[in-house]
Each structure stands twice: as structure tokens, then as C-alpha cells.
Ligand binder design. Structure first.
Ligand SMILES: Nc1ncnc2c1ncn2[C@@H]1O[C@H](COP(=O)(O)OP(=O)(O)OP(=O)(O)O)[C@@H](O)[C@H]1O
Ligand SMILES: [Mg+2]
Length: 370
């Protein structure tokens, strides 16, 4: 459906220029939600603007439904308004001098659609985002969440083949952001929209997406379904950026089975799963998710493929639905998440256990070079 191959974009700047997008390739299947996830400045907006036709890439190919929108080799460039793409900008770009109806209908008026059709399609779009009663309202008299929905309605009204959204929820407070996130997901599934979403918020990416591409410094480091990205990170960057992780340096001490290794770390030996083939003596990083470490007061029964470490509890932080414990294991600090009712006092000894399947190791240095 959407195919992006070898996309490059550099900007000239007073301090010598910057490569914002550095050879990015991915495709989004029809009806799927795809997210570019990465930290500030990694090139997400630039990639989106290239696809929308608002920036001219230095190289690469962009195709939508098999039709070429851009080709760096042949020089093909389809203008933005002929691409069949709707975009929701981070700032929403709502026109303050127009009411809700006129804001949504604007793209159709530009396209010189008949009045009756405009009325019908604006009505449908406002319905979709639950703003049906707001058509006559001044657009400056909307809440943040309503403005966000207005921006989505304006993008939907042209029935785009592809919807691009650039951090559309970042201006909203935490509660509203979650509500709108779920609403966007519902809308996307219900309408079968093909959606390319950009965010630096991993929870948003995980909830909204069929596939995620994690970006760093203009490149995609890993792409796959949310669960794979979360549970099988292939580099330190991905393990660290997508959910918080304990990362322990270790050395491969032996092979226990297919893609399963015994790793020596400062905390002791651990059985871990690898996403790549590893040789003995190789230096690795072991990623342990705080929520996958079980903390108990008594030593748990020894089960195969489970690592048990004795730890000391240093302190805790209560988060309402959970409590995070800072523990030390042979001088190494670890973060562990437990239910809200756990009552480990600082200074006590406890046992941390983790299943081999939840213990993922990546080559040390892998992905750190981009
Ligand atoms: N018009 C421009 N001129 C020069 N440099 C630019 C321009 N737009 C972006 N850049 C640079 O390109 C890089 C990528 O910027 P981009 O806006 O794509 O990042 P982003 O991932 O969207 O970040 P954020 O999460 O902060 O929005 C940055 O280093 C930025 O400074
Ligand atoms: Mg941006």
C-alpha cells in the first residue's frame, strides 16, 4: 500500500548541515496502523513531511497503491494535494477565523466540491469524531481534545488513502491523551484506515499500532509488531527506549538450547534468550523488564529455566497501580515492579526470579552504532 524505500533527507544549516532521514525503508499494508517511534530529533516529522510532499527528499522512492509519488532517480514528484494523503499536524493548524464546519470543509472547498456534497461529508466527518453538535461553534471555543478531533475530521473529510498523524496527542493532558488514543484506534479499525503515526511515546505506539519502527538518528533500528519490539529488542537502544529496562553487561558462558544461553553477569549467571546467534565469550547486554522480575520474601522453588538471585531492597516508589522497588544484587542496582500491595521495607533481603524467556540478550554495542 504505502512503500517507502531508501528515503534520504538532509538540510543545510549554518553549522554545516544535518541528515534528518538517512536511508529509511518500510511499508504499510492497507488498513494497518504503522508507527514511527523515536526520540526528539530522530527524523520522524521530516519522514512524514517527505511522504506528504511537503519536503523534497534527497533520494528514495515513495509509492502509494503502486503509484509513484516520488522517485529520486527519475525526478518524479506528485504535488501534496494530488497525493490522496490526509495529515494531522502536531499543532493541529486549525484556522481561528473559521468555525468548526468551515475548518473541516475547507479542503473540499479548495477542491471545488458542490455545496451539498460538502455539507454531507463534513457532517459525516464530524460524526466520526463525535463533534456532531459543534458545526457552528467558533473553532477558538473548543477544548484541546475537541481541537484534536477537529483536526482529525479535517484530515478524514477528503477520504484519504493514507492518514498521517504527527504526535497528535502531545498537547493533551495525560487522561485525555489516553482517551483520544483509544478513540483513534477505534476509528482506525472501524474505517479500515491506513495510518502512519509518529510519536515519541512508546505506550501510544504499542496500543495504536499493528507495526512499529523504532528510529534513532535518521535510521530505523528495528521494525515489527509491538509485542516483538517490546519483548525481543535487538539492540540496547530499542530495549532502553521501548519501556524501561534493566540492562546488565554479561559474557556468554554456554549454550543451553536453541537461542538460549547461559550468561555470566555481575549479578550472577542467568539463562537468557537471544535474538541473534552468539558464540562463547561474546560480550552481551541482558535486558530484564522490571515487570517480569518476581520479587518474593522466601526463596522460590527452583524451576528449570528460571534464574533466582538474592537481593537487598533499597527503597520503593508507589505509583498507584504498582510499586517500583530499587534493589541491589551483588552491588548492581535493579528496578523491579510489583503489585501495589507488596510491602518490602528498605534493608530487607528478598529474592528476585526471572524466566529465561523474559530475559533477552543482545550483543554489546549492537545498534549503538546506528
Ligand atoms: N527545516 C529544517 N532545517 C534544518 N534542519 C532541520 C529542519 N527540520 C528538521 N531539521 C533537523 O532534522 C532533524 C530531524 O528533525 P525532525 O523534526 O524530523 O525530528 P523529530 O523526530 O520529528 O523530532 P521531535 O520529536 O522533536 O518532533 C533534527 O536534527 C532537526 O534539527
Ligand atoms: Mg517532530
Amino acid at each position: 500500500m504505502l512503500e517507502v524505500a531508501g528515503l534520504h533527507k538532509s538540510f543545510e544549516t549554518a553549522d554545516g548541515g544535518v541528515t534528518a532521514v538517512d536511508g529509511v525503508s518500510f511499508s504499510v499494508a492497507a488498513g494497518q496502523a504503522f508507527t514511527l517511534l523515536g526520540p526528539s530529533g530522530c527524523g520522524k516529522t521530516t519522514a512524514l513531511r517527505c511522504i506528504a510532499g511537503l519536503e523534497r527528499p534527497g533520494a528514495g522512492v515513495i509509492r502509494l497503491d503502486g503509484a509513484e509519488l516520488f522517485d529520486g532517480e527519475t525526478g518524479t514528484t506528485v504535488p501534496p494535494d494530488k497525493r490522496g494523503i490526509g495529515m494531522v499536524f502536531q499543532s493541529y493548524a486549525i484556522w481561528p477565523h473559521m468555525n468548526v464546519f468551515d475548518n473541516v470543509g475547507f479542503p473540499l472547498r479548495i477542491a471545488r466540491r458542490p455545496r451539498a456534497e460538502i455539507r454531507e461529508r463534513v457532517g459525516w466527518a464530524l460524526d466520526m469524531v463525535q463533534l456532531a453538535g459543534f458545526a457552528g461553534r467558533d473553532s477558538t471555543q473548543l477544548s484541546g481534545g475537541q481541537q484534536q478531533r477537529l483536526a482529525v475530521a479535517r484530515a478524514l473529510v477528503q477520504e484519504p488513502r493514507l492518514l498521517l498523524l504527527d504526535e497528535p496527542l502531545s498537547n493533551l493532558d495525560a487522561k485525555l491523551r489516553e482517551e483520544m488514543r483509544d478513540e483513534l484506534k477505534r476509528l482506525q479499525s472501524a474505517l479500515g484506515l491506513t495510518m502512519l503515526y509518529v510519536t515519541h511515546d512508546q505506550a501510544e505506539a504499542i496500543v495504536l499500532s499493528d507495526r512499529i519502527a523504532v528510529m534513532s538518528e535518521g535510521r530505523i533500528l528495528q521494525q515489527g509488531p509491538p509485542r516483538e519490539i517490546y519483548e525481543r529488542p535487538r539492540s540496547r537502544f530499542v530495549a532502553d527506549f521501548v519501556g524501561s529496562s534493566n540492562l546488565l553487561a554479561g559474557v556468554v558462558a554456554g549454550e543451553l538450547g536453541e537461542r538460549r544461553f547461559r550468561i555470566e553477569t555481575d549479578c550472577g549467571a542467568v539463562s537468557a534468550t537471544a535474538t541473534a546467534a552468539l558464540g562463547p565469550g561474546e560480550r552481551v547486554l541482558v535486558s530484564l523488564r522490571p515487570e517480569r522480575i518476581h520479587l518474593t520474601a522466601a526463596r522460590p522453588a527452583n524451576k528449570a529455566a528460571r534464574t533466582v538471585w538474592e537481593v537487598t531492597v533499597d527503597g520503593s516508589r508507589f505509583f498507584g497501580d504498582s510499586t517500583y522497588y530499587d534493589v541491589t544484587c551483588r552491588g548492581t542496582a535493579l528496578r523491579v515492579r510489583a503489585g501495589p500491595d507488596f510491602g518490602f521495607e528498605p534493608g530487607i533481603r528478598a529474592f528476585a526470579s526471572i524466566a529465561a524467556a523474559d530475559c533477552v540478550c543482545v550483543r554489546a554495542g549492537d545498534g549503538d552504532d546506528g
